[in-house]
Design a protein around this ligand. Structure first.
Ligand code: SAM
Length: 207
């Protein structure tokens, strides 16, 4: 990913333009996560995680959470807002590391390999795929399809609306299928309205 795209996000975080951040745990996550039938076991990967509280919810269910986030400011805010739950360690390559159930890799999603994701049994994507322009969505899916461990399941939340600008970007059912159907069975679990946008939630299962 180019420096320009990185700067865009760093600037948003430094100026506090983070309208995507939710004060509460995502409703789709709470309503649909049980359909992955994981019993709170195993690693959950949260790409482009920001400082999402959804990670705390997943951790409280019993999962080991692994987030990746470009912005150091976002990673540090996440730990700071978690309060006295634990200490932050540093790791050489990818930045901050929290040792009690949540690890945040501060760095570029596109630099990940199978190695970082080897303990992952599920992925939670909210505001990650839809945060990227079309060409990057392709690269995002190609990388996930290639490096996720066998048997993995994904809960994916997309947005559909009439506008070509973003982020967020509108992602159609056709696109979801084009990006992921080679590797995954894709099931539309539900949808809801968020202003002029329709939020759609998908379950992807390894074939
Ligand atoms: C729309 S926000 C969503 C954050 C989070 N998923 C949520 O629901 O609050 C997208 C996040 O992705 C991060 N990001 C963008 N490009 C990235 C990349 N290449 N690698 C890692 N993080 C990235 C941004 O800094 C931003 O925090």
């Amino acid at each position: 990913m180019g420096v320009m795209e990185h700067d865009f996000w760093h600037q948003r975080w430094s100026e506090g333009r983070i309208g995507f951040h939710q004060a509460e745990v995502n409703t789709f996550l709470k309503d649909y996560w049980s359909q992955l039938e994981l019993g709170g076991q195993g690693g959950v990967f949260v790409p482009l995680c920001g400082k999402s509280r959804d990670m705390l919810w997943l951790k409280e269910l019993g999962h080991d959470v692994l987030g990746v986030e470009l912005s150091r400011e976002a990673c540090e805010s996440f730990f700071a807002e978690m309060g006295a739950v634990g200490s932050v360690e540093r790791r050489e390559a990818f930045g901050a590391h929290y040792s009690e159930g949540i690890t945040l890799l501060c760095g570029d999603f596109f630099a990940l390999s199978e190695y970082e994701l080897n303990a992952v049994v599920a992925v939670y994507d909210r505001a990650a795929l839809v945060a990227l322009p079309e060409e990057m969505r392709k690269r995002y899916a190609v990388l996930l399809n290639r490096i996720l461990p066998k048997g993995v399941k994904l809960l994916l939340v997309t947005l559909e609306f009439d506008a070509l600008t973003g982020p967020p970007f509108s992602v159609s059912e056709t696109e979801v299928r084009t990006l992921f159907s080679q590797r995954f069975d894709i099931q539309r679990l539900g949808s809801g309205c968020d202003g002029d946008k329709t939020e759609v939630v998908w379950l992807l299962r390894d074939k």
